[in-house]
Design a protein around this ligand. Structure first.
Ligand code: PAF
Length: 290
């Protein structure tokens, strides 16, 4: 597995693979890998990538002042061992100086879909995500790139950017991977200890509650979202940021009777800001074509 640290070396690797006729799959990450990330590698391979590149870069541009950029968990050697064991061909690990050299002044701003939800709670976050993902795409020149469905709004932002800027890259959403008790896997779960870890189950419990109601025939978006919201509101250690029902294809707000809905949740539990979501009434292949 090659370790690559500069944009020019990454482009050279990608050019060489393309010259060999290989289809490149990209798995962008911020490291501190868990099973959820490893599933992205499997999805990249299953989708026909002949070579897979992963990236590890904790992107300062997507953290607001006062957020957890400095304390974001990092373990490069462990990450590299996991990627190598998974059969990844190259890992791109640029430093902040390589990604944002002195004088960097260009940003990618996706408007509509980046507003509301996490965009409202974390101003500037999606501008940072879109900018870094555009730079990763330009360096790694993938044919396809895989992102987790847990970051549902991020995935929608990346799809919009990829389409609007004509990147010509297939964006693939990979299903959320959960712990045995339902908690969605996240590098930020490392912040949870003891009672907070137990309390954090309220997000997935809320989503499963909404799913049970939907499966029993409930179709009112407010009732479904309300059921999920209640699990968070009644958990004393959790502080709700949002609970919303959105259109699964566009992420536009929806209300009233629905045939399909994506319920998105964000809450702080102890020091960790957690997000989770579920789509009811629709399988997601629509999201898998950009
Ligand atoms: O989802 C993440 O890990 C990050 O937001 C991403 C897409 C790698 C961009 O920094």
């Amino acid at each position: 597995m090659e370790r690559i640290r500069t944009p020019s070396a990454m482009r050279a690797w990608a050019d060489a693979r393309r010259a060999e006729g290989a289809r490149i799959g990209l798995v962008p990450t911020m490291g501190y890998l868990h099973e959820g990330h490893m599933s992205l590698v499997s999805v990249a391979k299953a989708a026909g990538s002949e070579v897979v590149a992963a990236t590890i870069f904790v992107n300062p541009m997507q953290f607001a002042p006062g957020e957890d950029f400095e304390k974001y968990p990092r373990d490069e050697e462990r990450d590299l061992a996991m990627l190598e064991a998974a059969g990844v061909d190259a890992v791109y690990l640029p430093g902040v100086g390589e990604m944002y050299p002195e004088g960097h002044q260009t940003f990618v701003d996706v408007t509509g879909v980046s507003q509301g939800l996490c965009g409202a709670e974390r101003p500037g976050h999606f501008r940072g995500v879109a900018t870094v993902v555009a730079k990763l795409f330009l360096a790694a020149k993938p044919h396809a790139a895989v992102f987790g469905e847990k970051d549902c709004q991020q995935l929608a932002v990346i799809r919009a950017m990829t389409r609007d800027l004509d990147f010509g890259i297939e964006i693939i959403g990979a299903p959320i991977v959960r712990e045995g008790d339902g908690l969605a896997m996240s590098s930020r779960n490392a912040y949870l200890s003891g009672e907070d870890r137990i309390a954090a189950r309220c997000l997935s419990r809320g989503l499963f509650r909404a799913k049970a109601l939907f499966d029993a025939g409930e179709r009112d978006a407010g009732t479904l979202v309300g059921a999920a919201r209640k699990e968070i509101e009644t958990e004393p250690r959790a502080k709700m940021e949002y609970a919303e029902g959105r259109d699964p294809d566009t992420l536009a707000p929806i209300a009233g009777r629905v045939e399909a809905v994506t319920i998105l949740l964000a809450a702080k539990v102890g020091p960790a800001r957690l997000i989770d979501n579920i789509t009811l009434g629709k399988t997601i292949p629509g999201r898998d074509a950009s």
